[in-house]
Design a protein around this ligand. Structure first.
Ligand SMILES: [Zn+2]
Length: 297
């Protein structure tokens, strides 16, 4: 079963990848938190670049929590080097405020291990933006998730897609979740293009982090997924009005229902099961998508 629809609690809307003027964003942490709170988000992770030139910030956003709005502490971590020779980007949430600065000799995989040992939820951000490969991802074995959509990467470079990497990793037996984020910097209109809906008992940091680690969420650019029920022979999806509802698996395995305005779909899964995993995508008439996490057979 997909824990996002099997567990108790309710869905909370949050952005997991965001920048402020503590690194290369345009607004103060307080203003960024207020922006998401006023836009109806339940929570935000401010994830400034953990670089020496910014003083290795883990921004303390606790003062900006209000009734009905909370924050996760985190950062975007950096160290050498991917297969293409670029600096790694790693999204870490739930970091302690005293997480030690990156050591000069520390590599991306070593930094990832240290973040995981500190209790973080760790994700591979915007793989398409910098040409990350499945071989790169294999060096980060503990990662909990991959960004399948990064709005800023999409707007600025047309490389916001991470679905290709998620499917390669899932086909290779990795068990990861799928995130959508906006990665806003507020130098241009770049907020609110992608977010997650996390199922938890309470809108508080610990339950949210536990739910993220358990995969109890889905990612979206707008469409809502109200329910996904995985049966022996079919998956049943209840969603906001959609043009297409799809179930996707290893390689080209896929089933879909295309009908304008549909809010329910029942899709057979027999052909997907031998591939080892399946996941649901809901697309609306404007082309916006929502992605469930995978289930495994
Ligand atoms: Zn970023």
């Amino acid at each position: 079963m997909d824990p996002a629809f099997a567990r108790p609690g309710r869905f909370w809307k949050g952005n997991l990848h965001t920048h402020s003027d503590r690194s290369d964003g345009a607004r103060s942490p307080e203003a960024v938190c207020a922006t998401y709170r006023e836009a109806g988000y339940d929570f935000l992770a401010l994830t400034d670049h953990f670089w020496a030139k910014y003083g290795f910030p883990i921004v303390d956003t606790r003062p900006f929590r209000t009734r009905g709005f909370t924050t996760l502490l985190g950062a975007e971590l950096h160290a050498p080097a991917t297969a293409l020779g670029e600096i790694w980007h790693l999204l870490a949430l739930g970091l302690p405020l005293d997480f030690a600065p990156t050591a000069p000799e520390e590599t991306g995989p070593a930094l990832a291990r240290r973040a995981l040992e500190a209790g973080a939820f760790l994700a591979i951000p915007h793989p398409g933006w910098y040409g990350l490969t499945a071989e790169d991802a294999a060096t980060i074995p503990g990662a909990h998730a991959v960004e399948v959509y990064n709005h800023t990467s999409h707007l600025r470079t047309e490389r916001g897609d991470g679905v290709y990497l998620a499917d390669q990793l899932l086909a290779g037996g990795r068990r990861l979740g799928l995130l959508a984020v906006d990665d806003a910097h507020f130098k241009s209109p770049d907020a609110f293009g992608g977010w997650v809906m996390v199922k938890a008992e309470a809108n508080e940091p610990e339950p949210l982090l536990e739910a993220l680690k358990a995969g109890a969420y889905y990612a979206t650019q707008g469409p809502l997924i109200h329910d996904i029920a995985w049966g022996e022979e079919a998956v049943e999806v209840v969603c906001s009005p959609a043009l297409a509802v799809m179930v996707l698996g290893r390689g080209s395995r896929a089933e879909q229902s295309v009908a304008p305005g549909q809010t329910r779909a029942r899709l057979p899964i027999a052909a997907l099961k031998p591939g080892g995993y399946a996941r649901v995508v809901v697309a609306d008439a404007a082309g916006r998508r929502a992605w469930s996490n995978p289930v495994f057979f």
